[in-house]
Design a binder for this molecule. Sequence first.
Ligand code: 5AD
Ligand code: SF4
Length: 504
Amino acid sequence: MGGGLYRGYLGFRRRVIMTKKLYIETVGCQMNVLDSELVVASLRREGYELTDNKTDADTILFNTCSVRQHAEDKIYSALGRLKHAKRDHPGKVIGVLGCMAQKDQRLVFQRAPYVDLVVGPGQLHQVPRLVEEARAGAEQRLEVSLGRKEGARDAIERSHESFDPLRDPAMRPTPYQAYVRIMIGCDKFCTYCIVPSVRGPEQSRPPREILAEARQLASEGCKEIILLGQTVNSYHYRAGERTTRLSDLLGELQVVEGLERIRFITNYPKDMTDDLLAAVRDLPKSTRYLHVPAQSGSDRILERMKRGYTVSEYREMLGRVRDWIPEVAVTSDFIVGFCGETDEDFSQTCQLARQSRFKNSYIFKYSQRPGTKGAERFPDDVPEAVKKERNNHLLALQNAISEEDNQPFLGRVVEVLVEGPSKTARKRQPATESGHVDGPLQLTGRTLCDRIVVFTGNRRQVGQILPVTIYDANALTLFGTVVTQHVGPELFTLSTGNLSTGNL
Ligand code: 5AD
Ligand code: SF4
């Protein structure tokens, strides 16, 4: 059952593609979400349609993550559950893609012998061909990149191919927002982290490719792009004498007509340079939001993590960020229970979180990753119960700060880029046959400083930037009412007087 049957049609030979069903499950970061979007797009071109039912699917793909053990366990149990499906339907193609494919390689076949394909993040462009070959009865295939010690740097770099085909708008989850990869890999080698091994050396994409992608996205109606990189602010592309940094790239992207907002994640604290802060402050399309993971508030632990900064350097960086961009929202990641973390280390982390007043923090229990320096050098000696308790404690502390930080928004008007129906609305209101929902709809969107706003509106407002008055707030969400006057927010302020607004 190949992809291309040829039939006569009105005198022309037209390619008629048989519909096949694809089930894909994605775990992990935004990079993986983008990779899955691109893989789905490439398979759709081959006649695949998405299904959310594994039983119906001709091809089942898992796009995997290796950052924590839990993410891997989830995939191996999902694979385990497919054993009988494959026995009963040997024509079903099962593929494991992404970071765990690169990390575990043949181990995936050993643990799940019925898997057809194991494809690393640097080989995703091969997926349509590999799937077709598997359908035609090919042997198991392993396609991965070279390891970090398996060759010269340029050979390793070449083995990690960035997969960024120009996209079909119909294949994006929302037409108004899109991820754009600006770099792949990571060279920081934090001792807990598997990413530099599985995603390979840091490589920045040429600015002209990024700009072409942004222009195409904007011409298709995209309002916001989110630039992706493991250490996005380390972006630098050299061409002859000229180096393009992230601040330059942000500047160049400003002129893309139709784009309204540009976000970028994730930042590395040491590379938070003044030129970038000035760009975020001065460029109108840059969101006022920076995700700059601190990971720990203890110098001893930061040193063990090989993060490359001390707590006071992190504080200095944060001070600079807030001086340069007063309305900025900063978020962080923390790992609790890293090797040797004492109560005193953890209390220093809590202190840093308390004083830094992050908009929110993503908190993770340390998960030892074989193949990292952390696993080699230090025993994973903090008991699971202690990790859990520290996780809950830090989360409660952060939630209290987040809720407090949202209170000043009460009564204010914020500009919201409407993303779509809220989670509750998606559950409650089934779409009509045409895919549209009639009547009022609970919508969700984001402010320029990345705060989530929920309000009642209608489907036509999706993709617009609307002024919304905030009347309630909890730690993660602002609740508001859309300002219905057909005037801009500045005029609205003048006409009401008592409501303040800004580009928040
Ligand atoms: N264990 C727990 N958390 C981890 N992270 C990365 N590696 C690990 C690990 N081994 C966290 C870091 C990073 C985020 C994406 O995941 O906080 O910023
Ligand atoms: Fe992992 Fe550190 Fe690179 Fe982030 S900067 S991807 S935590 S090695």
